[in-house]
Design a protein around this ligand. Structure first.
Ligand code: CP
Length: 311
């Protein structure tokens, strides 16, 4: 199985990185690197229409997909759930089928429910392609890909030498799941998963990872630190005592970062809670690749859209 799921009738979808192979990821990352360097055909998808169908808020994913579509010469339709007929009770599937009837061939879908994008993909016409832009806590494959591109640019192609720490609310993070899947597929040397016990999953997500609760210990000698957003709603569920306690135990500070390798890089998918999981000094500091991740999002999404829609 490769990164893209083929469906009957010529449809192909990107739903998760669970079954991704090293070869398929590397091919996509090489293509994305070419896009990042500006080597592409600005009319590659001319005449195609793509809809960003987001049922949850987004800044980075939605806008970078829209830019990616436009840079490939395709039309982009931006669906806004808050002003759409979903407010009158129309279902996600009916919404998609109606937009599909207008001739749209590509859908970039974000939904709060696990598995929702795969469910929609099962009902599209032959030739219609879906990209999962984040479903529940399950998967955010293009974030995983852009994180791998960012690591590859910073640390080279050989992931077997990399020690990576993933920090924070892994339990509720679709980004963490896609990152772990991609790191495993690319043969990362060590994946350390660290956070409070209440925010670490026990569903197999972290199989093969070194799991711990002590951030200082987990940072020792790592080459990359991938911070995650503390989902503040978890406080209401009682999974976190207070923001102050969380910052004390799991906030990345300049002092803590000194435990990592001297050339370690810091990543965060955004949006950040500054002063909670990461300080301003680290987020805006010389080791931060956070805005590089955002820039790489456009290139990765161009590579994904081209691969899915050009065939
Ligand atoms: N990283 C990420 O998915 O950000 P958005 O929610 O702003 O798209």
């Amino acid at each position: 199985m490769t990164t893209f799921v083929s469906a009957p009738g010529g449809s192909r979808h990107l739903l998760s990185l669970r079954e991704a192979t090293r070869d398929s990821l590397e091919a996509l990352l090489i293509r994305a690197q070419a896009f990042a360097e500006g080597h592409y055909d600005h009319r590659a998808l001319a005449g195609t229409a793509v809809c960003t169908l987001f049922f949850e808020p987004s800044t980075r994913t939605r806008l970078s997909f829209q830019l990616a579509v436009q840079q490939l010469g395709a039309h982009v339709l931006s669906f806004d759930a808050s002003t759409s007929s979903t407010t009158k009770g129309e279902t996600a599937l009916d919404t998609l089928k109606n937009i599909e009837a207008m001739g749209v061939r590509g859908f970039v879908v974000r939904h709060r429910d696990d598995g929702a994008v795969a469910e929609l993909a099962a009902h599209v016409r032959p030739g219609t392609c879906l990209v999962n832009a984040g479903d529940g806590r399950s998967a955010h494959p293009t974030q995983g890909l852009l994180d791998m591109l960012t690591l590859r640019q910073a640390k080279g192609n050989d992931f077997s030498r990399l020690r990576v720490a993933i920090v924070g609310d892994i339990k509720h993070s679709r980004v963490a799941r896609s990152d772990v899947q991609a790191l495993r597929a690319l043969g990362a040397g060590e994946i350390r998963a660290v956070g409070p016990a209440s925010l670490l999953p026990d569903d197999g997500t972290l199989d093969g990872c070194i799991v711990g609760h002590d951030l200082d210990a987990a940072l020792d000698g790592v080459d990359a630190v991938m911070m995650l957003r503390l989902q503040r709603e978890r406080m209401e569920e009682g999974l976190v005592d207070s923001l102050e306690d969380y910052h004390r135990d799991y906030g990345l500070t300049v002092a803590r970062l000194k435990r990592a390798a001297p050339d370690a890089v810091v990543m965060h998918p955004g949006p950040m809670n500054r002063g909670v999981e990461i300080t301003d000094e680290v987020a805006d500091g010389p080791q931060s690749l956070i805005l590089t991740q955002v820039a790489n999002g456009v290139a990765v999404r161009m590579a994904v859209l081209e691969t899915l829609l050009k065939g």
